[in-house]
Design a protein around this ligand. Structure first.
Ligand SMILES: Nc1ncnc2c1ncn2[C@@H]1O[C@H](COP(=O)(O)OP(=O)(O)O)[C@@H](O)[C@H]1O
Ligand SMILES: [Mg+2]
Length: 268
């Protein structure tokens, strides 16, 4: 199995009181998650705000310590590695966030941003070869390479998200976690970005966890969907089956609440 989560828990301790500290029950942000992801699969992770999606993704990437349980990537137990070893693995995981403007450095040109990301995997790469790789990446995400000397503020929201996607692809990661990558975009731009991710997945055989609070978005892109509720996965299934025959009451509730937005295959 490519990625395996075994009874994963992330609890945040909560204390209150000023002079006399009182320990409150911990917030169980992730509470016993079991999940297997195949290579080349897009797993949609859906659930309302606060249910633990981002915490789960951070714990998979070893950005926060897990309370208990295991994360295994290609049979290697990441949760057993030292901080130093984790650092060497970091390049294998890349994230795409909701707000590309906040996640891009405003003082770095697109070239610098992408060159830095490429060099995390290919430290020796420089000069013409580096420029060439930046061009290829930009074309891959539908951006004109002649804009590589521009800064993030000179691009639209959708274009910035393309830059963030290019940066995530640059280190040739094993796994991409996209955390609400289209939630801040207009609907018309959302479908362009979703179609781009679909095309990339097809061309590059990406393995991706695609997080959204919006089931219609997840349905459009995911092979399988995991439904998260209060720190737990309440239902996992093939995307189509989950839509046609939801089993859990919470999934049914989510389905009845989705807006009628139909994403269509368009040029990206
Ligand atoms: N660093 C933290 N310390 C304490 N509580 C946290 C922390 N990060 C997240 N939480 C809590 O964990 C729960 C899950 O949050 P989060 O993973 O961000 O949910 P989602 O991404 O699904 O909106 C929330 O109740 C949130 O307040
Ligand atoms: Mg979140």
């Amino acid at each position: 199995m490519f990625l395996k989560l075994q009874n994963l828990k992330v609890h945040f301790p909560v204390s209150s009181g000023f002079l006399i500290k009182k320990e409150n029950p911990a917030i169980k942000a992730v509470d016993g998650v079991n999940l297997e992801i195949k290579k080349g699969e897009i797993l949609g992770l859906v659930g309302e705000s606060g249910c633990g999606k981002s915490t789960l993704s951070r714990s998979i990437m070893q950005l926060i310590p897990v309370t208990s349980g295991k994360v295994l990537l290609e049979d290697q137990e990441l949760t057993a590695l030292s901080q130093n070893q984790i650092r060497q693995h970091r390049v294998d995981f890349q994230m795409i966030f909701q707000d590309p403007y906040a996640s891009l450095n405003p003082r770095m040109t697109i070239f610098t941003t992408l060159a830095e990301a490429i060099r995390t995997r290919h430290p020796q790469c420089q000069g013409n070869e580096l420029t060439q790789r930046v061009s290829v990446l930009m074309k891959r995400v539908g951006l004109e390479p002649r804009y590589m000397r521009k800064y993030p503020h000179e691009f639209s929201g959708g274009q910035r998200q393309r830059i963030a996607i290019a940066r995530a692809l640059a280190p040739e990661p094993k796994l991409i976690i996209a955390d609400e990558p289209v939630s801040a975009l207009d609907v018309s731009i959302q479908s362009q970005i979703l179609n781009l991710l679909k095309a990339l997945r097809h061309d590059l055989d990406l393995t991706m966890i695609f997080i959204s609070h919006d089931l219609s978005v997840v349905r459009y892109i995911a092979d399988r969907i995991a439904v998260m509720y209060e720190g737990q996965l309440v239902e996992i299934g093939e995307a189509q089956a989950l839509f046609e025959k939801p089993q859990h009451p919470y999934t049914k509730k989510l389905l009845s609440a989705i807006p009628r937005i139909a994403f269509t295959q368009t040029a990206y």
